[in-house]
Design a protein around this ligand. Structure first.
Ligand code: PMP
Ligand code: GLN
Length: 392
């Protein structure tokens, strides 16, 4: 092929995602998969039944409207109002996407000119770096450092240049579990207004916050409604990650920009799931409280277990991931540790470094997912405890 690399410069080096790699290892070895973030039990039966019913009734079996079925756009708008007091017009300020991932990709493809800079909280969900690269943008990471994993606001301010187009936020934050607090959000909002920046806010873990911490969408802060695109999806809040049904909400101009790009990516998101998603978003408050309490219980089980197994644990305020430092076990390199872990004790986890712009930054940190049955988490802890005292 003329000696030219097949992958273009934007995609070169992206390789296979860590999630595909780790889940394949888990499947091949039978190890407990605390790597990829998906629950090992499905979400509410009535939501699953709604999808089956929609297929049976022919709702959404043929191409739904590109922007999403009106039923779901209304349910998304209602959800934003019910939980956050945000008022969005379902006709012009909501778009349904094939998972949050498509919303992120479409937003970046639509909003960036080549060379535009995007500020990200680093480490970050791996699709950010890939989508920024595909859009020709330049990632400008602001590092969240252990032990607090909170953004250094001076660093954030210093990261803005005349080329900065947008801040790509994620709170609750994957992989650290940080939930941005009122002072941090206010400072970021002031920066965005002052420097006239857009904000793309990935809130897929919006309902997974613990210990009385509240998730506040940055779009609800003064001056932010007009410059923020809020993104979420069904996967984490309803334990149907395979349905890949997501949405973006924001001012009509930003939503139209996303829609312009995504109509040529997928045209539309799968139909029957959209009807089921509308039912899911309208579940009563006790569903959301139950999900949160259940996940908090699992967080504690895994965090306590990891601590007893000798790791240095950072208990997260949100998401379903816990980060731990493996240094006390006599290890320094989390990539090597995670590669060996399935063989050594039958557990799969993900090294933090894959989420970092600078892999050295998270060298001894490992991310474990706790969205698994309690007996599975207990067994994983037992296996990890067997590492104690064994040579590194
Ligand atoms: N954003 C973050 C921070 C995530 O962790 C994930 C992983 N689920 C996504 C987006 C992707 O969401 P979806 O599966 O809806 O595309
Ligand atoms: N967001 C999930 C995680 O961080 C995985 C998503 C994916 O597999 N691409 O584990």
């Amino acid at each position: 092929m003329g000696g030219r690399p097949l992958l273009n410069r934007r995609l070169a080096g992206l390789g296979t995602t860590i999630f595909a790699e780790m889940s394949a290892i888990a499947a091949a070895t039978g190890a407990i998969n605390l790597g990829q973030g998906f629950p090992d039990t499905d979400g509410p039966a009535r939501v699953a039944e709604a999808a089956v019913r929609a297929i049976g009734r022919g709702h959404g079996n043929q191409y739904p409207p590109s922007q999403g079925v009106p039923e779901l756009r209304r349910a998304v708008a209602e959800h934003q109002q019910r939980f956050y007091g945000l008022v969005r017009d379902p006709d012009t300020e909501v778009v349904i996407t094939t998972g949050a991932t498509e919303a992120i990709a479409a937003a970046l493809l639509a909003l960036l000119e080549p060379g535009d800079e995007v500020i990200t909280l680093d480490p970050s969900y791996d699709a950010y770096a890939a989508c920024i690269a595909m859009a020709g943008g330049v990632r400008v990471p602001v590092t969240l450092r252990a032990p607090s994993f909170r953004p250094d606001l001076d660093e954030l301010y210093a990261a803005v240049t005349p080329r900065t187009r947008l801040i790509l936020l994620n709170s609750p934050h994957n992989p650290t579990g940080t939930v941005l607090g009122p002072a941090e959000l206010t400072a970021i909002a002031a920066l965005a207004v002052d420097r006239d920046l857009l904000v793309v806010s990935d809130e897929v873990y919006e309902h997974l916050v613990y210990d009385g911490v509240r998730h506040v969408p940055i779009a609800s802060l003064p001056g932010m409604g007009e410059r923020t695109l809020s993104i979420s999806s069904l996967g984490k809040s309803f334990s149907f990650t395979g349905w890949k049904t997501g949405w973006a909400t924001g001012p009509a101009g930003l939503v139209a920009a996303v829609q312009t790009a995504r109509q040529y990516l997928t045209f539309t998101a799968p139909g029957p799931f959209q009807y089921a998603a509308a039912e899911a978003l309208r579940l009563p408050d006790d569903y959301f409280a139950g999900l949160r309490d259940d996940m908090r219980h699992r967080r504690d089980l895994l965090a306590d277990g990891l601590r007893e197994a000798g790791l240095d644990v950072f208990r997260p305020q949100g998401t379903y991931f816990v980060t731990a430092d493996i240094t006390p076990l006599g290890h320094r390199d989390a990539v090597a540790f995670c590669r060996e872990l399935p063989e050594r004790c039958g557990v799969v986890a993900v090294p933090h470094s894959v989420f970092h712009a600078d892999p050295e930054a998270g060298r001894s940190l490992v991310r474990f997912a706790f969205c698994k049955r309690t007996e599975v988490l207990s067994e994983a802890v037992t296996r990890l405890t067997s590492l104690r005292g064994r040579p590194a």
